[in-house]
Design a protein around this ligand. Structure first.
Ligand SMILES: [Zn+2]
Ligand SMILES: [Zn+2]
Length: 804
């Protein structure tokens, strides 16, 4: 008799799958995509069945699968294929890739439910009888709308294999349900649809009806009161009259208040009809929605999602930050009606059980819109019609640990596998994406104007060299910025002040001998944190006491140099003692709640000045911000990275875009030592295309992306000798490839030559052909195996965003 065999991917750092025997008792359940428990060495591990196997490796004694965790395979066929692509393109171990795609293991609180489908009902009892289902079970299934627990069904005598056959024919569905705690509830108000024809007795009532029926859908009571400018008593009266209805719905305490416009201007209309035309084609495509800050991209996203749902398909919306998932999830619920439960939110800050619950809601087809960060691209949605990647240029889409992948690029591959549309949105697209749009590979949709005819803010530059010549002051706040802040306080509007470093001072130096205080583990300066009264390394987190004397020459002239956000806040408090000031950076916003509270206080007008790092540049509409100040635009410009200009331009444009989003016009002041740099000049003019063209020219001359593809290979070890030996060995493998369509640079000391106690050497590979790079990278790993260089010592990064 032929044995049934399957290949299983396990989350071990090996680039291969393992073959196991499928025992007879599990034969009906196991399918490609199922999670299984298998023996591995002396342990039991959970893995994913990737495919059936014709035969195992020769001379191997095969072991048996112990258990199957899924009645319905956790991963769909398309997700299995996507995982294969990621594994080969990014040279990542297949088991690690699938682990990143799977829900958390939540077996204890999961329950499987069998439910009869509409098709099953209409197919009549005879059909079910055909497979010997017990009549009692059939009756139970027909009467229980919420379905019957799988265990109950099996106890009634029906075989699992038979149930699965019914499931495949669409007669029953088997759902995985995760029990969770009840959450706090809020009251949702809707216009009763049977009351549509009832006469409205006032203009106010008509306005409310239009809002609830036509424009927004059902709304939480608190929002309805605010948006509709009506009193609670008025709403209660309409509820009594039966014109409105109300229900309770769970509340996410971290959610933000929101505000979304609902009519599209001609430009938005034009972009949206292009998206719709794409849907009509019903095939894979990529569109770039390039819209200036405040041009109303979200409204277009919402309509695109709505259109997708109307076509019976599902949509994934990726956002770059967790805080934005809450905001975007809220937008979706508001847009599609609060009663619409088809929105799932997926991000890493959810508890395991919440994440498992949301994941299975998607897998069961209960949630059809998925909002989330990077890894939500793996949401197991079927019939995917649309993937939106908002702020596609954001580096948070890149995962910087195994499996290293870029969420935006994976989104495009997934859209291709699913025949869906990928919609990338940005005010400052990455060079790569805009290059594809210009060359016609992607379709370009532009929004050049802000909504409601708001004007873009005026941007001024402040030359810090000139300032110093005139004032000889060393304050990080120039006199012009000082004046502008004072004006904003006088007019009772708000100011955002951006500084690119956190902490108090970012360098400690001895005036006598010039020695600096470096991290003991990394080749980087320690940052002084005054409140915490210590020095911290921002790379490895190690701390040191503040030195009284120089560690080298023992001189007492230890000097703290370079302002960080903590110091800036202190200075602002000194100069504007009456202003209400808060700081937002990774030190003050350690939790989601702190972050939300500070932003909320600012949005509500409880603060006058908000100072912080680039966290400020993202996110929400602040309607009373009239001034944005940038303390030093240069710190990001001088980084040893070919993307430095692009990052600076993006940051400047984004932060400038925070100003003047309400009725009041905005003003932006950028302080810099390099006023003539094109990244700064083009940011002042807010001219993306001009910047793009200059930067593209530089990339072409220097042979950087998008003209060539890059791969970064780092050899690392805490023992310097070993790191050197291994990088020499690797050089012997790589050097002969130099010139065959590939350039090999290195080995050289990495820009961060030591990190977390490890010495680091770098090879940079450049090629015009991605496939060639991928091939040589897998060669690198095979060579390392042969030479017994440990896998942990070699880090391979395809399409790196950082070269540090
Ligand atoms: Zn010294
Ligand atoms: Zn360190």
């Amino acid at each position: 008799m032929n044995e049934k065999l399957c290949n299983v991917a396990l989350a071990v750092p090996l680039r291969t799958t393992f073959t196991y025997k499928v025992p007879e008792r599990l034969a009906a359940e196991i399918q490609p995509g199922s999670r299984v428990v298998v023996p591995f060495r002396k342990k039991s591990l959970v893995g994913v069945v990737t495919e059936w196997a014709a035969q195992g490796p020769p001379d191997a004694k095969l072991r048996e699968v112990q258990k199957c965790l899924d009645v319905i395979p956790a991963l769909t066929k398309n997700l299995l294929d996507l995982g294969q692509w990621i594994s080969s393109y990014y040279v990542a171990p297949i088991g690690e890739v699938y682990r990143a795609m799977l829900p958390p293991l939540m077996e204890l609180r999961a329950q499987q439910i069998v439910r009869i489908t509409e098709l099953g009902r209409s197919a009549s009892a005879s059909l079910l009888g055909e497979i010997e289902a017990k009549p009692a079970l059939l009756q139970k299934l027909e009467s229980a709308n919420d379905g019957v627990p799988l265990q109950t069904a099996l106890r009634s005598g029906v075989a699992l294999g038979d149930l699965l056959k019914l499931q495949r024919r669409g007669l029953v569905e088997i759902l995985q349900q995760i029990q969770t705690r009840k959450r706090r509830a809020q009251r949702i108000i809707a216009w009763r649809s049977s009351g549509t024809d009832a006469p409205v007795s006032s203009e106010k009532e008509a306005r409310l009806r239009d809002m609830l029926l036509l424009q927004r859908g059902a709304l939480p009571l608190t929002q309805l009161l605010k948006l509709g400018s009506v009193s609670r008593a008025f709403v209660e009266r309409l509820l009594r009259e039966g014109k409105l209805e109300a229900w309770e719905e769970t509340l996410d305490p971290a959610e933000d208040p929101f505000d979304v416009g609902y009519t599209l201007n001609p430009e938005q209309e034009h972009a949206f009809s292009a998206i719709r035309a794409r849907f009509e084609l019903g095939e894979f495509g990529v569109q770039l929605l390039h819209g200036v800050t405040g041009s109303g991209k979200t409204e277009i996203y919402m309509r695109a999602v709505q259109d997708t749902l109307a076509r019976g398909k599902t949509a994934i919306v990726l956002v770059p930050e967790i805080a934005l998932t809450l905001w975007m999830g809220r937008q979706c619920r508001a847009w599609f009606g609060a009663r619409f439960e088809g929105v799932a939110v997926l991000h890493s800050a959810l508890s395991d059980i919440e994440r498992a619950r949301e994941w299975w809601r998607v897998r069961n087809g209960e949630a059809r819109v998925i909002v989330g960060t990077r890894s939500a691209i793996f949401a197991p949605a079927e019939k995917l019609g649309l993937v939106i990647v908002d702020e596609e240029q954001e580096s948070s889409y890149k995962q910087e640990e195994t499996p290293r992948y870029h969420g935006r690029d994976v989104a495009i591959v997934r859209a291709k596998l699913e025949n869906a549309l990928a919609l990338l949105g940005s005010a400052t697209p990455s060079l790569e994406t805009f290059h594809h749009a210009r060359s016609g590979k992607y379709e370009l949709l532009s929004l050049a104007q802000r909504v409601a005819e708001r004007s873009l803010p005026t941007v001024e530059i402040l030359d810090l060299r000139e300032e110093f010549r005139q004032t000889h002051q060393t304050s990080p706040i120039s006199s012009r910025l000082q004046q502008a802040i004072q004006e904003s306080l006088n007019f009772q509007t708000q100011a955002l002040i951006l500084i690119n470093r956190r902490g108090y001072s970012w360098s400690v130096i001895c005036r006598s001998c010039g020695a600096t205080v470096q991290c003991a583990n990394c080749s980087i300066s320690m940052t002084h944190h005054k409140n915490r009264n210590r020095l911290e390394c921002h790379y490895c987190g190690s701390v040191q006491p503040i030195p009284k004397n120089c560690h080298k020459c023992d001189s007492k002239y230890v000097y703290f140099f370079g302002e960080g956000s903590e110091q800036l806040e202190e200075r602002l408090r000194k100069e504007f003692p009456k202003a209400r000031i808060a700081r937002l950076d990774r030190d003050t916003a350690r939790t989601k709640r702190q972050y939300q509270e500070t932003l909320g206080a600012f949005a509500d007008g409880a603060l006058d000045i908000l100072v912080g790092t680039q966290m400020l540049a993202k996110g929400h509409d602040f309607h009373r911000v009239t001034l944005v100040g940038v303390i030093s635009a240069d710190s990001s410009l001088t980084m040893p990275d070919f993307r430095a200009a692009e990052r600076t331009f993006q940051l400047m444009t984004q932060v400038a875009g925070r100003a003047g989003r309400g009725e009041l016009p905005g003003r932006v002041l950028i302080q810099t030592f390099y006023p003539e740099h094109y990244a700064i000049q083009d940011a002042i003019k807010q001219d993306y295309v001009a910047f793009y063209e200059r930067e593209l020219h530089y990339r072409q001359v220097m042979a950087y992306p998008p003209f060539t593809s890059l791969a970064n290979v780092i050899v690392r070890d805490s023992n310097l000798e070993k790191a050197i030996t291994w990088s020499r060995e690797l050089s012997q493998f790589l050097a002969p490839h130099n010139g065959e369509g590939i350039r090999v640079l290195g080995p050289a000391s990495a820009p961060l030559a030591r990190l977390k106690t490890e010495y680091r050497f770098q090879f940079l590979l450049k090629s015009k052909r991605k496939a060639q790079l991928t091939k040589i990278l897998s060669g690198v790993l095979a060579y390392c195996d042969k030479k017994e260089i440990p896998q942990t010592a070699v880090l391979v990064d395809m399409d790196p965003l950082q070269l540090l």
